[in-house]
Design a protein around this ligand. Structure first.
Ligand code: NAP
Length: 340
């Protein structure tokens, strides 16, 4: 195979966008088409994946390995066809999944490269449903969401690469699936084509109420691709023991400062789990507490402190102190002597 032009066109990172990205944040130039050295191959980009996380890479977010400085080729996953190979494992003509970035040609030494068989599926799917976004939707839903047949699963950005995968997987494991999307056309696609049971258009009405109507028994699993107001509306409709998969927060990617309220981005970066706790669910463990912690107290391995106020009449002021945070330790009122 020979290159179709004698120059390599590429799109470069120019500057960090202010708010939503604009074309001026990127540059364009050409470079010579490189020649593979021993152990390398040259490939021609066929498909370039555009993913929301690039916006975060452009602002230097630490959770991604990619770093960009002005003039660098924009990063990105690609499906490419090998033009010339001096690598023993790769041959000219083969299709590969490789990180060429936003350019027509690139060299690779084969690390992290996956060969693609066009007979298995269209090669473009390696960047979508059979690639990173598909894996995100599939594994996030199955292993973090743990949907059960009959449960209600809600997915935002429902028609996107990640959301459409998560939603269809939920349907195929027997859950009732409700999408959230930004137009009637997207909602219709989610229901008609993807087989969702319902889909609400958040641009048409109050999302809290739309979800209440679409999920009368509450939401058991929420697969969140958006964050912000969408997440807030879902939180008002949770069923008991609901699971929330924080996958993406696209609403905030183009914001220069984190949005108001607790910013949950670090929860994703840290792969953290947030769970609600109601002590009454654990009342059967009271004997265990008394046995275990009681023994630690007697062995002087465990300390406690009491903030004691004498006299019932002083209870209101002690309570007010507590609510002002001026108590120090377990706040108690000694109403009468322990030993009379
Ligand atoms: N955690 C991970 O490892 C991981 C991996 C891959 C992707 N992700 C995340 O998964 C999410 C979906 O990714 P995708 O590649 O499948 O993209 P996508 O869903 O194809 O495209 C993004 C969609 O987000 C929706 N959206 C809602 N609010 C938006 C806003 N304020 N600005 C822009 N778009 C908004 C839009 O759909 P509507 O019009 O329907 O709202 C838009 O089409 C993203 O948040 C991405 O960062 C996470």
């Amino acid at each position: 195979m020979t290159p179709v032009s004698d120059r390599n066109h590429r799109i470069t990172f120019q500057r960090t966008p202010q708010g939503l990205p604009v074309p001026e944040d990127f540059g364009a130039d050409t470079t010579p088409i490189p020649t593979p050295g021993p152990g390398q191959f040259l490939s021609r980009t066929v498909y370039l994946s555009l993913d929301p996380y690039y916006r975060n890479v452009m602002k230097g977010s630490q959770i991604y390995a990619e770093r960009l400085k002005p003039g660098d080729t924009m990063v990105g996953e690609t499906v490419a066809q090998i033009v010339e190979s001096r690598h023993t494992d790769f041959r000219a003509g083969e299709f590969v999944l490789v990180k060429n970035g936003w350019q027509e040609y690139a060299l690779s030494a084969g690390q992290g490269v996956r060969k693609l068989d066009p007979a298995v599926a269209p090669v473009s799917t390696a960047l979508g449903v059979l690639g990173m976004p598909g894996l995100t939707g599939y594994t996030g839903l199955i292993y973090l969401g743990e949907p059960k047949p009959g449960e209600t699963v809600v997915v935002s950005a429902a028609t996107g690469a990640v959301g459409s995968t998560a939603g269809q997987v939920a349907r195929l494991v027997g859950a009732r699936v409700v999408g959230i999307a930004g137009s009637d056309e997207k909602c219709e696609y989610a229901v008609r084509e993807l087989g969702f049971d319902a889909c609400v258009n958040y641009r048409k009405g109050d999302l809290v109420q739309l979800l209440k109507a679409a999920c009368p028994a509450g939401i058991d699993v929420y697969f969140d691709n958006v964050g912000g107001d969408t997440l807030a509306a879902v939180l008002r409709n949770l069923a008991l023991h609901a699971r929330i998969v924080l996958c993406g927060m696209i609403e905030s990617y183009s914001m220069d400062k984190p949005p108001p309220g607790p910013f949950l981005g670090p929860v994703v970066g840290a792969r953290a789990t947030m769970r609600g706790l109601v002590v009454y669910d654990h009342l059967h463990r009271m004997d265990e507490l008394v046995r275990v912690v009681g023994a630690w107290i007697r062995a002087d391995k465990f300390r406690y402190r009491e903030d004691m106020t004498d006299g019932l009449a002083n209870a209101p002021s002690a309570f007010c102190r507590l609510m002002q945070g001026r108590n120090f330790g377990k706040t108690l009122v000694r109403v009468s002597a322990e030993h009379s």
